[in-house]
Design a protein. Structure first.
Length: 256
């Protein structure tokens, strides 16, 4: 639960963000028309300058979206709506939606084991979708060309789950509930520098090695992901080696 000083007026934010998004989207569309190679000719200098403006508009839109997501994550009333969700089917939907991106990067996306064995979870579907979409898109964005993404779901007894010692809170939490659905998203990408791994869920933190790949990120994605996971009564952790890849795991409680 957010502290009183941290609570956000969600209605105000929705209105403010709508007012911000409208001119930003208009700017983005205009720039796309101007920068279209099939359109009216412009000088190289103009193209370079306008490209930078387009990148700034894209970055601002992303930040506006993340701020709205932060507001939604703090809305406890919204999070009370729960339904049974088949995690395998949700991941397959995301896999199909992101196929253009994985194809562009020549990534191989595969399942480990039989994902259909994981029982549905009672959860807030929109929040779970946001969690998995962020982990999936990160696995694409920070992967190497021609790399791999491996998805895995399983039902486990909490006390048997192996979790890196640094995630003591997650390990203790899993012992308190009998059955969990564990979802893992593993990539063969850049990995997270060892010295920065304890900061990775921090607000606005970005690993030093990803800034060359995505210089315009907000540093809010994993912070929001962890916030949503915990709102759903779950836990999140990861293992990573720089230059070899990262595996994120999310644990969601089954019905008692």
């Amino acid at each position: 639960m957010a502290k009183p000083s941290e609570k956000i007026d969600v209605v105000f934010l929705h209105t403010a963000i709508h007012e911000l998004k409208t001119p930003l989207l208009a700017m983005k569309l205009i720039l796309e028309v101007v920068l279209d190679p099939k359109g009216e000719p412009i000088t190289q200098t103009q193209r370079e300058n306008l490209t930078e403006v387009a990148k700034s508009a894209e970055q601002t839109l992303a930040m506006v979206g993340d701020i709205l997501a932060m507001a939604k994550a703090q809305d406890d009333n919204r999070m009370r709506s729960r339904e049974l969700v088949n995690v395998y089917e949700l991941l397959e939907t995301l896999r199909n939606e992101l196929q253009t991106l994985t194809t562009q990067k020549r990534l191989t996306v595969s399942w480990e084991g039989d994902p259909r064995k994981c029982a549905p979870v009672l959860t807030h579907q929109e929040s779970l979708r946001s969690i998995l979409q962020n982990l999936f898109t990160n696995a694409i964005k920070y992967n190497r060309e021609g790399g791999t993404i491996t998805l895995h779901t399983m039902t486990v007894v909490g006390k048997t789950v192996e979790i890196p010692p640094v995630f003591k809170t997650a390990k203790q939490a899993l012992k308190k509930h009998a059955s969990w659905c564990i979802v893992t998203v593993a990539d063969s990408g850049m990995g997270i520098p060892k010295k920065e791994q304890t900061k990775i869920f921090g607000r606005f933190f970005r690993a030093s090695n990803i800034k060359t790949v995505d210089p315009y990120g907000t540093g809010l994605g994993l912070y929001l992901t962890k916030t949503l996971v915990e709102k759903l009564g779950g836990q999140i952790w990861f293992t990573s080696e720089e230059g070899k890849g990262t595996t994120f795991s999310v644990a969601l409680p089954h019905l008692s």
